[in-house]
Ligand binder design. Structure first.
Ligand code: NAI
Ligand code: MG
Length: 498
């Protein structure tokens, strides 16, 4: 089966051409059973492609090819591997527009504000990790003058990577780029809601990489994800998704005694102090809530604690700004906000909006405007919502919604707000907004989170370790340390020269 790697800027055509296929052992293949499932455009509900319903036999084929390819790959000098991975990044950079459009089509994330940006970061992540190859260094240890004692970093073997649908390109890149440079082979299981763009990425990367080293399977959790985790030749699993599924993956990995990295979401606090730069804080709240991504982000600043003295002004300004954002066709350049990914997530978000309405003392504010184009009438569009008058004990302030719904909570006492910010099962991101350096420093020390920012709300960046504490997960991604800790093991060698 062949699909051209020439640029294809019509995402509908590209989706069709990728229909029903996995990329295994250097080639496109349908699932062995021949079974498929539908891929829909969330902006219209229309079917745009199918994807293979992969099962254990498909997983076996991908892992077998990966195991064989990994042996040769690990023998290459590290810099040669790095050069090839960086080359993947450069080739992918030529496809940013194409990948952005396909991603917008299958996920409903607006092309201009989200999907094109993500495709750019994907390419950058491969270039970044490719450059780190020479840093796969060990140490010499002063153990004994007549014994040359050293450590070396070795790859773990075949890595199973399970990714979700919200930022599939970035999340795949953080896992795959690091694992490959470190000398591993990678088998990815894509999310059932977004199998197409990552498949295209895999095809493009296979122009550069040896066959079998990097494969991708589409399918569902129990039938495809679970056999990948359980496979005897998979020696490491890296997972991003829900806490519930993360625990299942962790247990299955424990049975095999293999290491796992888990990135599991959050309910990240944003603390706005009375002396904060109001305009910056308002822009930071909108960026932090990822309203342009319909709030579908693990680091979404979904609990915003605002000092009582500026609360009403802050809410009014957020409201004004989000009201001026355009919700509509994700592929339209004018669109700021696209759709929710699927009917299931759409219903889940609405169940939380209902919960917000039923929360004692809460006031609902609906923002922006629904699209009016009749073509989009079946799309999963949701007006962003703010709930004010909420307390940190309310369910709506405690559970991850993964939609454009945020809670704004008033505060007066600094110690009290830090305590409330930390009173959460999660600990992924946290931000504080103040012009008082002492308060800022104090908060950065006391906030229980993996990624704490003062007066800004940046997303994941290459070279910055990213990952949470508490129920937000285990381990870090996106940095040199993450590559060394999670995709290599350290071997100690002693050469006795006596
Ligand atoms: P999920 O955690 O069930 O799915 C993530 C990935 O895991 C998908 O590829 C899925 O097929 C796979 N998977 C599911 N069951 C599996 C199993 N038994 N073994 C191996 N792999 C399995 O998340 P889902 O259902 O897409 O979303 C539900 C909620 O999870 C969201 O509303 C959100 O709260 C949270 N979530 C968090 C994400 C994050 O970035 N941390 C990303 C996606 C979802
Ligand atoms: Mg699930």
């Amino acid at each position: 089966m062949t699909v051209s790697t020439s640029l294809e800027l019509d995402p509908f055509k590209l989706a069709k051409s990728l229909s029903g296929l996995n990329f295994i052992a250097g080639e496109f293949r349908p699932a062995m059973s021949g079974k498929t499932f539908d891929v829909r455009n969330p902006a219209t509900g229309e079917k745009v492609a199918t994807a293979p319903f992969s099962e254990r036999a498909d997983v076996d084929a991908a892992v077998k090819a990966a195991k064989a390819a990994q042996k040769e790959w690990a023998k290459l000098p590290a810099r040669n591997r790095g050069k090839l991975v960086a080359e993947c990044g450069r080739v992918l950079a030529d496809h940013v527009e194409e990948l952005g459009r396909l991603l917008a089509l299958e996920t409903g994330k607006a092309l201009r504000t989200e999907s094109r940006v993500e495709a750019g970061v994907l390419a950058d992540m491969f270039v970044f990790f490719g450059g780190l190859a020479s840093e796969l260094k060990g140490e010499t240890v002063p153990f004994h003058p007549d014994m040359m004692t050293m450590t070396v970093r070795e790859p773990v073997g075949v890595v199973g990577a399970i990714i979700p649908w919200n930022v599939p390109l970035l999340l795949m890149a953080m896992k795959a780029a690091a694992a490959l440079v470190a000398g591993n082979a990678v088998v990815v299981k894509s999310a059932e809601e977004a199998p197409l763009t990552v498949l295209r990425v895999t095809q493009i990367m296979n122009k550069v990489l040896p066959p079998g080293l990097f494969s991708i399977l589409a399918g569902f959790g129990p039938e495809c994800g679970a056999p990948l985790v359980e496979h005897v030749d998979v020696k490491k699993v890296t997972f991003t998704g829900s806490v519930e599924t993360g625990k299942i993956v962790y247990k299955a990995a424990a049975e095999k005694l293999i290491p796992v990295t888990l990135e599991l979401g959050g309910k990240s606090p944003m603390i706005v102090c009375a002396d904060a730069d109001m305009e910056k804080a308002v822009a930071g709240a909108i960026a932090g809530m990822r309203f342009t991504r319909q709030g579908q982000s693990c680091t979404a600043s979904s609990r915003i604690f605002v000092h009582e003295s500026i609360h009403d002004e802050f809410v009014r300004k957020v409201q004004e700004k989000v009201n001026s954002m355009v919700m509509g066709d994700p592929l339209d350049e004018k669109t700021d906000i696209g759709t929710i990914i699927s009917d299931g997530q759409f219903d889940r978000v609405h169940s939380y909006i209902k919960l917000g309405r039923e929360t004692k003392g809460a006031t609902e504010i609906a923002l922006s405007a629904m699209p009016t184009d009749p073509k989009l009438e079946k799309g999963f569009f949701v007006q962003p919502r703010i709930f004010t008058g909420v307390t940190n004990d309310d369910r709506i302030a405690r559970e991850e919604i993964f939609g454009p719904v945020c809670c704004v909570i008033k505060w007066t006492d600094f110690d009290g707000v830090i305590e409330a910010a930390n009173d959460s099962d999660y600990g992924l991101g946290a931000t504080i907004w103040t012009t008082n350096l002492k308060m800022a420093m104090d908060a950065t020390r006391r906030l229980e989170a993996g990624f704490v920012q003062v007066n800004q709300n940046l997303v994941v960046q290459p070279n910055l370790s990213y990952g949470g504490v508490k129920a937000s997960g285990l381990g870090k991604e996106a940095s040199l340390e993450s590559m060394l800790e999670h995709f290599t093991h350290k071997k100690t060698i002693i050469i006795n020269m006596l």
